[in-house]
Design a protein around this ligand. Structure first.
Ligand code: A3D
Length: 321
C-alpha cells in the first residue's frame, strides 16, 4: 500500500512541528509549502536528516510551488501572518483571508480529495473562508481549536487533582479563544464528572472557575511568556490527532470547528462541536442538549463567530455565493 501524503501549507513554527510529529508517527510522506524561499526546504532537509536517528521512513519535500501538493491525503493550513503592533483584529482578518483564498485555490487544483485542517487565526472565520475558497465538501474541511482548548483544560485539571492527564477528559464547545464554552459537567476523571469531585471535596467551585478562566486565556498566557509568536507544540499535536483519526479511520470523537447544517439551530457556520472524525472526514456531529446558561454562552460564542464571518463577507462578498 502506498504511503499517505501530508501537505503542510505554512512552514512556520506550527508547520515545522507538524512535519516533525507526522514523521515521528510515520503518518506518511510530507510536503512543506511556504511563500518564503528556503524555509520549507531547510526544514524539510533538517527533518530528513533527523529521520535516521528516530528511525522513521518518510519522503520530506520543502517547496514554494503549490503543484507539489498533488495527491495529498491531508492538508494542514497554518499559513498567514500573526498580529503585529498597530494591527487590529480586522486588519489581520483581511490579510489572512487573502492567504486562505490562495491556499483554497491551491488545494482545489492539486488536492481536491484531501481532508483539510485549518489552524490559521481567526480560526472559525478562516476555516469558513478556506472551505468556500476551495469548494471542497464541507465534511472534508475542519478547523483545529477544540482539541487544543480541551487539552489545556485537561492539563490544568490533571494538575489540580494530581492525577494522570490520560485519565482526564474535558469538553469545550463554541468558538476559539475568549468565547469558548467549557462544559464542566462533561469534564471527568476516569469517568467521574468534575461536579461530583467538587462534592466529595477534591476541589472547589472557585478553583474550577479559575481553571476555566485560565483555559480561555490559554493562548494569551503562552504568548505573554514567549514574547514573540504564539503556542506551537500543543496546536501542532492537536491537528496531528485529527489527521491521524482521518488517515486511520479511527473515528475519534474530537471537538473540532465543523460546518453545521442545522445542528444547534445553525447553518453555514463553522463552530466548535464534538464530532466523529473518520475516513469520510466529519462523519457525525454530536448535538447535545444545553441548559439555559450553557445555551446563552454558546449563543454569545456563535455571535462572535458570525461577526468574523460577516467581516470576511464585507471584504470578499464572492465567498458567500
Ligand atoms: P508562523 O511561524 O508565523 O508561520 C506562518 C507561516 O505562514 C510563515 O512561515 C509564513 O511565511 C507563512 N505564510 C505567510 N503567508 C503565506 C502564504 N500566502 N502562503 C503560504 N505560506 C504563507 O506562525 P505559527 O506557525 O506560529 O502559527 C500559524 C497560524 O496558526 C497563525 O495564524 C496563528 O495565529 C494560528 N494559531 C492558531 C491556533 C488555534 O488554536 C486555532 C493556535 C496557535 C496558532
Amino acid at each position: 500500500m502506498a504511503r499517505s501524503k501530508i501537505a503542510l501549507i505554512g512552514a512556520g513554527q506550527i508547520g515545522g512541528t507538524l512535519a516533525l510529529l507526522a514523521g515521528l508517527k510515520e503518518l506518511g510522506d510530507i510536503v512543506l509549502f511556504d511563500v518564503v524561499e528556503g524555509t520549507p526546504q531547510g526544514k524539510a532537509l533538517d527533518l530528513a536528516e533527523l529521520a535516521p536517528v528516530e528511525g522513521f521512513d518518510a519522503k520530506l519535500l520543502g517547496t514554494n510551488a503549490y503543484e507539489h501538493l498533488a495527491g495529498a491525503d491531508v492538508v494542514i493550513v497554518t499559513a498567514g501572518v500573526p498580529r503585529k503592533p498597530g494591527m487590529s483584529r480586522d486588519d489581520l482578518l483581511a490579510v489572512n483571508l487573502k492567504v486562505m483564498e490562495q491556499a483554497g485555490a491551491g488545494i482545489a487544483k492539486y488536492a481536491p480529495d484531501a481532508f483539510v485542517i485549518c489552524i490559521t487565526n481567526p480560526l472559525d472565520a478562516m476555516v469558513w473562508a478556506l472551505q468556500k475558497a476551495s469548494g471542497l465538501p464541507r465534511q472534508k474541511v475542519v478547523g483545529m481549536a477544540g482539541v487544543l482548548d480541551s487539552a489545556r483544560l485537561r492539563f490544568f485539571l490533571a494538575d489540580e487533582f494530581n492525577v494522570s492527564v490520560e485519565d482526564v477528559t474535558a469538553f469545550v464547545l463554541g468558538g476559539h479563544g475568549d468565547s469558548m464554552v467549557p462544559l464542566v459537567r462533561y469534564c471527568t476523571v476516569a469517568g467521574i464528572p468534575v461536579p461530583d469531585l467538587i462534592r466529595i471535596g477534591w476541589t472547589s467551585q472557585d478553583r474550577i472557575d479559575a481553571i476555566i478562566a485560565r483555559t480561555r486565556n490559554g493562548g494569551a498566557e503562552v504568548v505573554e511568556l514567549l514574547k514573540t509568536g504564539s503556542a506551537f507544540y500543543a496546536p501542532a499535536a492537536s491537528a496531528i490527532a485529527m489527521a491521524e483519526s482521518y488517515l486511520k479511520d479511527k473515528k475519534r470523537v474530537l471537538p473540532v470547528a465543523a460546518a453545521l447544517s442545522g445542528e444547534y439551530g445553525l447553518k453555514d457556520l463553522y463552530v466548535g462541536v464534538p464530532a466523529v472524525i473518520g475516513a469520510r472526514g466529519v462523519e457525525r456531529v454530536v448535538e447535545l442538549e444545553l441548559d439555559r446558561g450553557e445555551r446563552a454562552q454558546f449563543d454569545q460564542s456563535v455571535a462572535a463567530v458570525q461577526g468574523l464571518v460577516d467581516a470576511c463577507l464585507k471584504i470578499a462578498p464572492d465567498l458567500g455565493r
